[in-house]
Design a protein around this ligand. Structure first.
Ligand code: HEM
Length: 481
């Protein structure tokens, strides 16, 4: 009868579910590590909510401790929380956790080491992160300032949305290093970039650990167009690389692409990792890693300063003491500005879960637990920046003064680690800090800004996708005369 077929089918499905669940629960880790398996099939995916960094931190402090696993889909993911666990894992075992789950060029092993070293040397030689590069950063700020000035005067009290201006500023700084040229706001790449980033704003939580299959979000959310976006970017960049090839002088490399082509030529036929395909992956990664992270940090900085008038007043008075836009050489003399930057990095970490998860490359022991090779690893940087003991008494308050001593001197603090730590930490750290410094100091010395009429931004939590994006806001104001 119909009834008995339904019963048999239901029992069969339940049986499959049970087998699946048992297999997943006992596969992977040592079994001794504490953790959460969540629901059958999807694991903890539905339990992470809108702010997975906060939920993971809560699980850590309330029951699971600094190191635990969560199951997402069929895979177990190691989650590191708090300063000690992250430092121990990423700094003391740098190579064992140097893999990445979703990485085409900067993978572990020989390719990663060789390519990363080349990137650091070459970008360093071109001035990345050095004071000599500041005139390029300043040129980009001046372009942003010109657009902002005209939009402020057109829009009046209705105000202006900063987002795409900040993206262009960050993308063009990378572009001057990579292609020795900049884009304008109508160019194909910039239009693409804006669309792409709207995508990562909504990234489902498990994309960051999507090196494992199946990804829950493949089933539970709209198909995510990350891969096709990345190949579109590659085709745009391919045309620029071709142009470089035709116009280059090997004895006088102009930028990152020329330097890469030189090495490719030198190592031709030697089974080298320097190939055109790698170059394109590299360019995509530099833009992806270096654009929205910086733009986002600057967007948070403006919002946080405008929402805290007393901070704005102190920042302005330090800036006014200079009588001009300060340069990077002046940074050491600007304790309050440095405190504001450090507090922005702490309070609204641009990459709370380290952008894309790492992966263990060999079996290892951490805090007395056995961790297997090939396990995705999330370092919860948010948990370091919101630790109630480190940041007592009010970790959830934006308060730059916490980074100053009794005499008003700036206190550097290695518990603020927005660029992560260890062998795969951010290679753009110094460049990014310079970009943020020039942006904050220039914008507040050259413009009088406030939140636009009707724009209150009561909820300052932001949207947690692959990065932590600020809520939308508009600013009004004018250039200072
Ligand atoms: C405020 C701005 C930025 C923040 C907060 C940031 C943060 C990060 C973080 C958290 C990681 C992951 C590190 C890890 O796995 O331990 C990373 C990786 C990376 N970042 Fe940045 N970043 C910023 C700007 C930049 C810029 C401007 C560049 C461009 C030069 C850049 C290039 C990279 C690259 C290439 C990686 C991958 C490194 C590897 O896998 O070896 N980042 N960044």
């Amino acid at each position: 009868s119909n009834f008995s077929i339904e019963v048999v089918l239901t029992c069969f499905c339940l049986f499959l579910l049970l087998v699946y669940n048992v297999r997943v629960r006992h596969g992977g880790t040592s079994g001794t590590l504490p953790g959460k398996d969540g629901f059958p099939i999807v694991g903890c995916f539905p339990m992470l909510g809108k702010h997975k960094e906060k939920v993971l931190m809560k699980w850590s402090t309330s029951s699971l401790g600094p190191m635990f696993y969560i199951r997402l889909g069929t895979s177990k993911v190691l989650v590191l929380n708090g300063y000690d666990a992250i430092k121990e894992a990423l700094e003391q075992k740098p190579l064992a956790i140097a893999g990445r789950v979703e990485s085409k060029f900067l993978d572990n092993g020989l390719i990663w080491k060789e390519q990363r070293k080349f990137g650091q040397t070459t970008l360093g030689g071109l001035g990345m992160g050095k004071q000599s590069f500041q005139s390029k950063i300043r040129d980009e700020f001046n372009c942003l300032a010109a657009t902002l000035e005209s939009e402020l005067s057109i829009n009046g009290p209705k105000g202006v949305n900063f987002t795409s201006m900040l993206r262009l500023y960050a993308a063009n700084i990378i572009s001057s290093l990579v292609f020795n040229q900049t884009f304008d706001s109508t160019c194909r790449y910039v239009v693409f970039l804006n669309r792409f980033i709207e995508n990562i704003r909504l990234t489902p939580c498990d994309w960051q650990v999507k090196g494992f299959k199946p990804s829950c979000s493949d089933y539970m959310t709209k198909p995510f167009k990350m891969t096709s976006s990345a190949s579109l970017a590659q085709s745009i960049f391919q045309a620029l690389v071709d142009k470089h090839r035709k116009s280059r002088d090997p004895n006088d490399p102009r930028d990152f692409v020329d330097c890469y082509l030189n090495v490719m030529e030198k190592k031709q036929g030697k089974n080298s990792s320097f190939t055109e395909k790698q170059l394109l992956y590299y360019i995509v990664d530099l833009f992806l890693a270096g654009t929205e992270t910086s733009a986002n940090t600057n967007a948070w900085a403006i919002l946080l300063v405008l929402k805290n008038p007393q901070v704005k007043a102190k920042l302005r008075s330090e800036l006014e003491a200079f009588g001009k836009s300060p340069t990077l050489e002046d940074e050491a003399k600007m304790p309050y500005t440095r405190a504001v930057m450090q507090e922005v990095f702490r309070y609204r970490t641009s990459a709370p879960l380290n952008i894309v998860a790492r992966r263990t490359t060999s079996d290892l022991e951490l805090k007395g637990y056995k961790v297997p090779a090939n396990m995705p690893v999330i370092a919860n940087l948010w948990s370091v920046h919101h630790d109630p003991l480190t940041w007592a008494p009010y970790p959830e308050t934006f308060r730059p003064e916490r980074h100053l001593d009794g005499d008003g001197n700036f206190i550097p603090n290695d518990h603020v680690m927005p660029f992560s730590v260890g062998a795969r930490s951010c290679i753009g750290k110094n460049l990014a800090k310079n970009e943020v410094f020039i942006f904050i100091t220039s914008i507040f010395s050259q413009f009088d800004l406030e939140l636009a009429d009707g724009c209150h931004v009561d909820n300052m939590d932001g949207d947690s996708g692959m990065l932590l994006h600020p809520p939308e806001y508009r600013v009004k104001g004018s250039i200072r005369v």
